[in-house]
Design a protein around this ligand. Sequence first.
Ligand SMILES: [Zn+2]
Length: 393
Amino acid sequence: MTLVTCPLADERAPGEARGGSELERPRATKDEGAGGDGAARLGSPGGPLARRRLGAHMSIAGGLFRALERGAALGCDVVQVFTGSSRRWTSRPISDADLAAWEEARRRTGVVPAMAHASYLINLAAPRPAAWRQAVRALGQELERCRVLGIPSLVLHPGAHMGAGEAAGLKRVARAIDAVHAERPDDPTVLLLETTAGQGSCLAHRFEHLRDVFGAVAAPARLGSCLDTQHLHAAGYDLSTAPAWRAAVEAFDRIVGCRWVRAFHLNDSKRPLGARVDRHEHIGRGHLGLEAFRCLLTDPRFADLPMTLETPKRDGRADAGGDVDRADRVNLGVLRALEGRQRVGARARALASAPLAATGPARPALDAPPPRPDNAAPHGAPPCPATRASRRS
Ligand SMILES: [Zn+2]
């Protein structure tokens, strides 16, 4: 049964997607040769396919508003942030001054804080009742911070079953979401369950896991999904060629439904297909490769969704007016060189092999697993989300 296809994978124009009417998009014109690198560009300039809502996860070091400024300096349309500590149960309250600076930076930069990422400590599948209640409480606090800051989506790794089994874990996730939603009936923020690499006992590495949670909660309209390209690949969903991309998206649509997808994390993979390891790589330099991102960035079904990098950070000359983060800049350039293209062009290839920083080692990527060899997380937290998340908290 073919419900949807990746329309550009077989060289048909955007808008010619087969399938239901919800997939119909305006037909774009074909502008051969635009960009001058030999890769034909699809979509008229300024048209619905010409520009995606791209950005990166940005540090809030120095104040929440600094994430918006850092995003603006890199040319981000959107950013993702932690609204507090990614590794502690409590965060400093958002003061009136924090909020005023945030709103002012939002107006001044025009950068949209499209999503927040929840703390890695939250495990909605925690088998121990006390840990489960703590996770529910913490998720409520995360949603409250999003409400205050006007952030429309909160991305969450659903959790790890820690030996209780997938079915039991998924039930606890659904019950936790229901508990949080019952306490916050008018919350405007949509909770986005992120697909995971499937490290340890982490849930959500199979599309069926998302389907089961969406099907079990009382208010599924308050949920969505964030697809992480590295996690999908590591979980065994090949995205690295056009036919593979098409098959993976078809599978997601058949099992879950593409309408649930509300955001993407754009990361290449340090580990091969099916490795079940959460290791992000710079765009075009890992096992996914440029073609995977070209497919995503030309797929009209996802044209309106926010997409943020979570690739390793390399500091240029910090925030002293120089290059704030050259790696993010290069990765965004690669993505811009791929969007709307019929095939990977010379510019994208050149950028994907350009130096990322003059000096200094890379900082860990977001979602990179902890350095401990046993990969165990403290305090009953799930083993995979707990991470050294560099300086982003
Ligand atoms: Zn991610």
